[in-house]
Design a protein around this ligand. Sequence first.
Ligand SMILES: [Cu+2]
Length: 69
Amino acid sequence: MATKVTYSIPNIHCPHCVHTIQSEVIDLPGVKSVSADQEQRVATIEFEPPASEEKIKSLLASIDYPVVG
Ligand SMILES: [Cu+2]
């Protein structure tokens, strides 16, 4: 069963950030969709195992877009 979570990512500041986040996170096995928003600085990610919140947060931190909150 897929889970949909919206993460706050303050480092999002331009369309390039949106593109980078979307293209990196979608490559994680189990991730179904990624929608990043430049204005609100959030990314909504739909995923199922083997993806997990821990893996998604770890990936985002590794590409310099750490999740806050
Ligand atoms: Cu940017």
